[in-house]
Design a protein around this ligand. Sequence first.
Ligand SMILES: Cc1cc2nc3c(=O)[nH]c(=O)nc-3n(C[C@H](O)[C@H](O)[C@H](O)COP(=O)(O)O)c2cc1C
Length: 134
Amino acid sequence: MSEGLNKVYEFLLAAGTYYLATVEGDQPRVRPFGTVLLRDGKLYIQTGKVKPVSHQLAANPKAEICAFKDGAWLRLAGELVNDDDRDVKVAMLEKMPVLKGMYDPDDGNMQMLYFKNAEAVFSSFTAAPETVCF
Ligand SMILES: Cc1cc2nc3c(=O)[nH]c(=O)nc-3n(C[C@H](O)[C@H](O)[C@H](O)COP(=O)(O)O)c2cc1C
Protein backbone atom coordinates (compact mmCIF):
# COMPACT_ATOMS: atom_id res chain seq x y z
CA MET A 1 0.00 0.00 0.00
CA SER A 2 1.36 3.43 -0.89
CA GLU A 3 2.62 5.53 1.98
CA GLY A 4 0.91 8.60 0.49
CA LEU A 5 -2.49 6.95 0.30
CA ASN A 6 -2.11 5.81 3.89
CA LYS A 7 -1.27 9.36 4.93
CA VAL A 8 -4.45 10.67 3.27
CA TYR A 9 -6.51 7.98 5.02
CA GLU A 10 -4.98 8.68 8.43
CA PHE A 11 -5.49 12.42 8.00
CA LEU A 12 -9.19 12.04 7.16
CA LEU A 13 -9.69 9.61 10.02
CA ALA A 14 -7.99 11.92 12.52
CA ALA A 15 -9.81 15.02 11.23
CA GLY A 16 -13.10 13.24 11.95
CA THR A 17 -15.14 15.52 9.72
CA TYR A 18 -14.31 16.51 6.16
CA TYR A 19 -16.28 18.46 3.56
CA LEU A 20 -17.27 16.80 0.30
CA ALA A 21 -17.97 18.94 -2.76
CA THR A 22 -19.86 17.70 -5.80
CA VAL A 23 -21.22 19.41 -8.89
CA GLU A 24 -24.86 19.87 -9.81
CA GLY A 25 -25.07 21.49 -13.23
CA ASP A 26 -22.98 24.63 -12.74
CA GLN A 27 -23.61 24.74 -8.99
CA PRO A 28 -21.05 23.41 -6.46
CA ARG A 29 -22.62 21.46 -3.55
CA VAL A 30 -20.75 20.84 -0.32
CA ARG A 31 -21.62 19.01 2.89
CA PRO A 32 -19.97 17.46 5.95
CA PHE A 33 -18.94 13.80 5.74
CA GLY A 34 -17.05 11.53 8.10
CA THR A 35 -16.99 8.03 6.66
CA VAL A 36 -13.67 6.69 5.44
CA LEU A 37 -12.31 3.22 4.75
CA LEU A 38 -9.05 1.97 3.26
CA ARG A 39 -9.38 -1.44 1.63
CA ASP A 40 -7.43 -3.24 -1.10
CA GLY A 41 -5.49 -0.07 -1.88
CA LYS A 42 -8.65 1.98 -2.37
CA LEU A 43 -9.89 4.94 -0.36
CA TYR A 44 -13.65 4.65 0.19
CA ILE A 45 -16.33 6.93 1.52
CA GLN A 46 -19.94 5.97 2.22
CA THR A 47 -23.31 7.53 1.51
CA GLY A 48 -26.94 6.66 0.76
CA LYS A 49 -28.12 6.17 -2.83
CA VAL A 50 -31.28 8.15 -2.04
CA LYS A 51 -29.29 11.31 -1.20
CA PRO A 52 -28.82 14.19 -3.64
CA VAL A 53 -25.04 13.76 -3.24
CA SER A 54 -25.33 10.26 -4.74
CA HIS A 55 -27.43 11.50 -7.65
CA GLN A 56 -24.94 14.29 -8.31
CA LEU A 57 -22.04 11.82 -8.39
CA ALA A 58 -23.94 9.51 -10.75
CA ALA A 59 -24.32 12.41 -13.17
CA ASN A 60 -20.79 13.74 -12.64
CA PRO A 61 -18.28 11.67 -10.61
CA LYS A 62 -15.89 14.58 -10.08
CA ALA A 63 -15.58 15.43 -6.39
CA GLU A 64 -13.33 17.23 -3.97
CA ILE A 65 -12.80 16.82 -0.25
CA CYS A 66 -11.36 19.36 2.15
CA ALA A 67 -10.34 18.54 5.72
CA PHE A 68 -8.48 20.56 8.36
CA LYS A 69 -6.51 19.36 11.38
CA ASP A 70 -3.80 20.83 13.61
CA GLY A 71 -2.97 23.77 11.34
CA ALA A 72 -2.80 21.67 8.17
CA TRP A 73 -5.37 21.06 5.49
CA LEU A 74 -5.94 18.46 2.84
CA ARG A 75 -7.61 18.91 -0.52
CA LEU A 76 -8.38 15.67 -2.29
CA ALA A 77 -9.76 15.86 -5.81
CA GLY A 78 -10.73 13.00 -8.09
CA GLU A 79 -13.58 10.87 -9.32
CA LEU A 80 -15.78 8.78 -7.06
CA VAL A 81 -16.62 5.30 -8.36
CA ASN A 82 -19.54 3.20 -7.07
CA ASP A 83 -18.59 -0.23 -5.65
CA ASP A 84 -21.47 -2.61 -4.81
CA ASP A 85 -19.19 -5.32 -3.36
CA ARG A 86 -21.04 -6.50 -0.25
CA ASP A 87 -17.77 -7.23 1.60
CA VAL A 88 -16.76 -3.58 1.29
CA LYS A 89 -20.07 -2.48 2.81
CA VAL A 90 -19.64 -4.94 5.68
CA ALA A 91 -16.10 -3.67 6.27
CA MET A 92 -17.37 -0.08 6.42
CA LEU A 93 -20.04 -0.98 8.99
CA GLU A 94 -17.42 -2.78 11.10
CA LYS A 95 -15.05 0.19 10.86
CA MET A 96 -17.75 2.71 11.85
CA PRO A 97 -20.43 0.79 13.79
CA VAL A 98 -22.49 3.94 14.34
CA LEU A 99 -23.62 3.49 10.71
CA LYS A 100 -25.34 0.22 11.61
CA GLY A 101 -28.32 2.17 12.94
CA MET A 102 -28.86 3.74 9.51
CA TYR A 103 -27.54 1.29 6.92
CA ASP A 104 -27.46 -2.38 6.08
CA PRO A 105 -25.37 -3.99 3.30
CA ASP A 106 -28.57 -5.37 1.74
CA ASP A 107 -30.84 -2.33 2.09
CA GLY A 108 -30.40 -1.22 -1.53
CA ASN A 109 -29.44 2.21 -0.23
CA MET A 110 -25.96 1.91 1.30
CA GLN A 111 -23.38 3.09 -1.20
CA MET A 112 -19.61 2.74 -1.16
CA LEU A 113 -17.56 4.99 -3.43
CA TYR A 114 -13.80 4.97 -3.98
CA PHE A 115 -11.50 7.60 -5.40
CA LYS A 116 -9.82 7.15 -8.77
CA ASN A 117 -7.54 9.57 -10.61
CA ALA A 118 -7.07 11.24 -7.25
CA GLU A 119 -4.71 14.05 -6.34
CA ALA A 120 -4.30 14.95 -2.69
CA VAL A 121 -2.45 18.08 -1.57
CA PHE A 122 -1.41 18.63 2.05
CA SER A 123 -0.93 22.31 2.86
CA SER A 124 -0.11 24.54 5.81
CA PHE A 125 1.07 28.10 6.35
CA THR A 126 4.44 26.83 7.55
CA ALA A 127 5.53 24.15 5.09
CA ALA A 128 5.68 23.55 1.36
CA PRO A 129 2.67 21.71 -0.11
CA GLU A 130 2.97 17.95 -0.50
CA THR A 131 1.13 16.17 -3.31
CA VAL A 132 0.08 12.54 -3.38
CA CYS A 133 -1.55 10.84 -6.39
CA PHE A 134 -3.40 7.54 -6.30
C1 LIG B 1 -20.21 15.35 11.04
C2 LIG B 1 -21.07 14.78 9.94
C3 LIG B 1 -20.62 13.71 9.20
C4 LIG B 1 -21.41 13.15 8.18
N1 LIG B 1 -20.94 12.10 7.46
C5 LIG B 1 -21.68 11.60 6.44
C6 LIG B 1 -21.17 10.56 5.62
O1 LIG B 1 -20.04 10.08 5.78
N2 LIG B 1 -21.96 10.11 4.62
C7 LIG B 1 -23.20 10.62 4.38
O2 LIG B 1 -23.89 10.18 3.45
N3 LIG B 1 -23.72 11.63 5.14
C8 LIG B 1 -22.98 12.13 6.15
N4 LIG B 1 -23.47 13.17 6.89
C9 LIG B 1 -24.78 13.71 6.56
C10 LIG B 1 -24.70 14.56 5.30
O3 LIG B 1 -23.90 15.70 5.52
C11 LIG B 1 -26.14 15.01 4.90
O4 LIG B 1 -26.94 13.87 4.70
C12 LIG B 1 -26.14 15.88 3.67
O5 LIG B 1 -27.41 16.50 3.55
C13 LIG B 1 -25.84 15.06 2.39
O6 LIG B 1 -25.71 15.95 1.29
P1 LIG B 1 -26.88 16.09 0.20
O7 LIG B 1 -28.09 16.62 0.95
O8 LIG B 1 -26.35 17.03 -0.81
O9 LIG B 1 -27.13 14.71 -0.34
C14 LIG B 1 -22.69 13.71 7.92
C15 LIG B 1 -23.14 14.80 8.67
C16 LIG B 1 -22.34 15.32 9.66
C17 LIG B 1 -22.88 16.49 10.47
